[in-house]
Design a protein around this ligand. Structure first.
Ligand SMILES: *Cc1c(COP(=O)(O)O)cnc(C)c1O
Length: 638
C-alpha cells in the first residue's frame, strides 16, 4: 500500500526558511517549481523570470559561473521608487520645493550602471555625486539632464575646480561642497581667474550620532566636513569677499546604512537648524543635501539591527519632508530643494552573484566495525559505549565525555601509544556519538546549551567557485551579511546544514553567518549535491560597494558579468556581456608580461626536448596548454 507522505516539502517552505519575501523587496521570490524568480514592474503588469534560466543561458554563451547578473529593470525601478516616494511625500504634505536625488558614483562606478542611472534618472532630474576627479569626469560624460545636480564632495584641487567651473558655465548644476577650510581660497581664486561664479555647498559635522556600522561618519570626530566654528568662518570669509550669494547648499552625511529612523530624524532636525541660521546670515541657500544612509534590509527583519532598517522608503521620505517643513515653516523660509545621496539603497538589489558548488566536505563518521576489538584502547571502548548511553537527559555529560575520550586518545597517539588505525577508529566513533547527540538535542533543545556549537562543528563545508575577496569583500572586511541561498531545487527539503568556503587559499574566505529573522544563523540549510548536476547558489543584494572594493587575492580576477533586461513580451534579453578577467589580465595587473612569460616557458620546453625528456610534439601540446591557460578564466572551469 502506498504510504501518504506527510509534510511534503513545497517551494513555499523554502521561501519562508530563507526569508526571501522578507529581504526580496518584491523583486525576488520562489516559483512553485522551486526556482528563484526575479520580478520587475512592466507596463502591463509584473514581469518575472527564473534566475536559473538566465544562468544556464549565460553559460551557453560562454559566460560561466561565477557570474554577476545585473538586472537593469531593478536599478531603474529603485530610481523610480526613490523619486516617486519623495514626490508622493512632498505632494501629501504640500511641500513647496523639489526633490533631486544624486547617486554617489563610488557605490558602483561601472559604466553600465551609471549609464542606466543617468538614462532612467533623466526624467526625475536625478544626478550624480562625485568624490574625485575621475568621478567628476564620469558625471560630466553621462549626465545630459541640466535639471540634475552634480555634487562634488571630497578633496578638490585646481584641476578639479577648473573643470567643474567650466561645466557650470556650460549649464551643468555643479556644486563644490567645502569639506575643509583650505578649499575655499582655491575655489575663490579659480573662479576669479576664470570669471565664473561658483555654486558653493558646505559640509557640516553634525553632533547627532547614528547607530550601525558607519557611525564614525557622524559626530565631532568624523573626518569629513566643517565644524560649526569653521562654518561660521566660511560664512564670514564669503561675506568679506562679497560672495555669500554663492553659498547655496548645506550638506551632511551621517554614514551609510542607518538602521534607525530616529537617528535620521535627529540628523535632519539639526541640519535644518543650521540651514535656518545660514539663511539668517544672508546666504542664498536653496538646497539641503542630506547625504546617504538610507539602509537596505539585508536580513529582512525590519528592525534597527545593523543589517536591517526599522523604516520603509515611504516612511523615510515622509519623515524627512515632515521635519524640514516643521523646522523651517515657523521662520517662513522657502522650502529648499531636498537632495539625498542614496547609493546603497539604489543599487544593492540590482546585482546577484551566482556561483556553483565544486565539492562538499561532510563530517559524517566513516565505516565502523560491528563490534570493537577487545584489544582496542579503553578510550575507544568508552567512546563506543557512549553511543548507547546517550539520552535526552545526559546530553551535556555525554558531550563532555566524548570530547575528553577523543582528546585523551589524540594524546596517546602523539606519544606513540596508539597507531593511526586506532586513531581513525576513534575519530569515526566520536563523530558517530556527536551526530547521535545532535539528533537527540534537536528534540530537546533547551536542555543542551552547546547545541549550536555542535551543529556548527558537524555542518558540511560547501566549496564554491568564487572569491570572497573579489566578489563579496564586505563579508570579510566588515562582517556584512548578504542573503545567500540556492537558486533552484527549492521545492526540495534542504536537508544539509553547511557553511560556504570560497576557492582562495585563505581561511577567511568563507561565509559562516547567514540571514535569519531572529538572530544570525551560523549554518545554511542546503541540498545534497546530485551526481552530474550543477548546484547553484546566489548571493543577493550585492550591487553596492562590492565590485570595486574587491581585490585580486590569489589572483582571482573580475567575474563574468551579464546585464539582463526583463522584456515586456516576457522573457529577457542579454543587454551586455562582459567577460571576466583572463589569467593574462590578472598577471599583467601585477606587472607580469604574459608574452615574456610564454617565451621563457618555451625556452624551458625547448631544453626539455633537447634533453630528451619530451618529444617535439609533446612540446607543442604543453605550449598550447600554457597559452590556453593564459587566455582562460581565473576561476574553476569544467
Ligand atoms: C558613501 C557616501 C554616500 C552613500 O551612502 P549610502 O549609504 O550608500 O547611500 C553618500 N554621500 C557621501 C558623502 C558618501 O561618502
Amino acid at each position: 500500500m502506498n504510504k501518504i507522505v506527510h509534510h511534503a516539502w513545497a517551494a513555499s517552505h523554502s521561501a519562508e526558511l530563507y526569508g526571501v519575501n522578507d529581504w526580496g523587496a518584491g523583486y525576488f521570490g520562489v516559483s512553485p517549481e522551486g526556482d528563484v524568480t526575479v520580478t520587475a514592474d512592466g507596463l502591463k503588469g509584473p514581469l518575472s523570470v527564473s534566475l536559473l534560466d538566465i544562468v544556464q543561458e549565460a553559460r551557453e554563451r560562454g559566460m560561466d559561473t561565477p557570474v554577476l547578473v545585473r538586472f537593469e529593470n531593478l536599478l531603474a525601478q529603485q530610481i523610480a521608487r526613490l523619486n516617486e516616494a519623495f514626490r508622493g511625500a512632498m505632494k501629501h504634505c504640500g511641500y513647496q520645493g523639489e526633490y533631486r536625488g544624486v547617486f554617489p558614483i563610488k557605490v558602483n562606478q561601472q559604466s553600465h550602471v551609471i549609464e542606466e542611472i543617468a538614462q532612467v534618472g533623466a526624467k526625475y532630474g536625478h544626478g550624480l555625486e562625485c568624490g574625485s576627479k575621475p568621478e567628476l569626469i564620469i558625471a560630466l560624460a553621462n549626465l545630459e539632464s541640466r535639471d540634475a545636480c552634480i555634487v562634488c564632495n571630497g578633496y578638490k584641487d585646481e584641476e578639479f575646480i577648473d573643470l567643474g567651473l567650466q561645466a557650470l558655465k556650460m549649464g551643468y548644476r555643479v556644486f563644490f561642497v567645502i569639506e575643509t577650510p583650505s578649499e575655499l581660497p582655491i575655489i575663490l581664486e579659480r573662479s576669479r581667474a576664470l570669471g565664473i561664479s561658483p555654486l558653493i555647498g558646505a559640509r557640516v559635522k553634525l553632533s547627532s550620532m547614528v547607530g550601525g556600522h558607519w557611525n564614525a561618519s557622524s559626530g565631532d570626530r568624523s573626518i569629513f566636513g566643517l565644524s560649526i566654528a569653521q562654518l561660521i568662518t566660511l560664512v564670514d570669509d564669503l561675506k568679506r569677499e562679497g560672495m555669500l550669494h554663492c553659498l547655496q547648499l548645506l550638506h551632511y552625511h551621517l554614514g551609510s546604512q542607518i538602521p534607525n529612523i530616529r537617528d535620521i530624524r535627529t540628523g535632519v532636525i539639526e541640519a535644518c537648524q543650521v540651514y535656518v541660521d545660514l539663511v539668517r546670515e544672508g546666504a542664498a541657500m536653496g538646497y539641503l543635501d542630506l547625504g546617504g544612509g538610507l539602509a537596505v534590509d539585508y536580513d529582512g527583519s525590519k528592525t534597527n539591527y545593523m543589517h536591517s532598517r526599522n523604516y520603509t522608503l515611504d516612511e523615510y521620505c515622509a519623515d524627512i519632508v515632515d521635519v524640514v517643513m516643521t523646522t523651517l515653516d515657523p521662520h517662513t523660509i522657502p522650502h529648499p530643494t531636498i537632495i539625498t545621496e542614496s547609493g546603497r539603497a539604489t543599487v544593492a538589489y540590482s546585482s546577484v552573484l551566482v556561483f556553483n558548488v565544486l565539492d562538499v566536505a561532510t563530517f559524517e563518521p566513516g565505516p565502523l566495525p560491528e563490534v570493537l576489538d577487545a584489544d582496542e584502547n579503553q578510550m575507544i571502548h568508552n567512546l563506543g559505549d557512549l553511543f548507547g548511553i546517550a539520552n535526552m537527559r545526559n546530553l551535556q555529560e555525554c558531550y563532555n565525555d566524548a570530547l575528553f575520550y577523543r582528546d585523551e586518545l589524540r594524546e596517546l597517539f602523539k606519544r606513540g601509544q596508539v597507531n593511526l588505525r586506532s586513531r581513525s577508529l576513534a575519530e569515526n566513533l566520536f563523530l558517530k556519538v556527536m551526530h547521535r547527540l545532535l539528533s537527540l538535542a534537536e528534540d530537546a533543545p533547551k536542555g543542551f546549551k552547546e547545541i549550536h556549537k555542535l551543529k556548527e562543528q558537524l555542518s558540511d563545508i560547501y566549496y564554491c567557485n568564487f572569491s570572497l575577496f573579489q566578489s563579496l569583500p564586505d563579508v570579510w572586511a566588515i562582517d556584512q551579511i548578504f542573503p545567500v541561498i540556492p537558486i533552484h531545487r527549492l521545492d526540495e527539503n534542504p536537508t544539509r546544514q553547511a557553511i560556504i568556503a570560497d576557492i582562495t587559499c585563505d581561511c577567511d574566505g568563507k561565509i559562516d553567518k547567514f540571514v535569519d529573522m531572529h538572530s544570525t544563523r551560523r549554518t545554511l540549510p542546503l541540498h545534497p549535491l546530485k551526481e552530474g548536476e550543477e548546484y547553484y547558489i546566489g548571493a543577493f543584494l550585492v550591487g553596492a560597494y562590492q565590485e570595486t572594493l574587491g581585490d585580486l587575492h590569489n589572483l582571482f580576477g573580475d567575474t563574468n558579468v551579464v546585464s539582463v533586461r526583463l522584456s515586456e513580451e516576457g522573457g529577457y534579453e542579454f543587454v551586455h556581456e562582459i567577460q571576466g578577467d583572463s589569467i593574462a589580465d590578472v598577471l599583467s595587473y601585477v606587472e607580469y608580461h604574459p608574452k615574456e612569460m610564454q617565451d621563457r616557458f618555451r625556452r624551458v620546453a625547448e631544453l626539455a626536448v633537447r634533453e630528451g625528456r619530451i618529444t617535439a610534439n609533446e612540446r607543442l601540446k604543453v605550449m598550447n596548454a600554457f597559452s590556453a591557460s593564459m587566455r582562460g578564466y581565473t576561476y574553476y572551469e569544467k
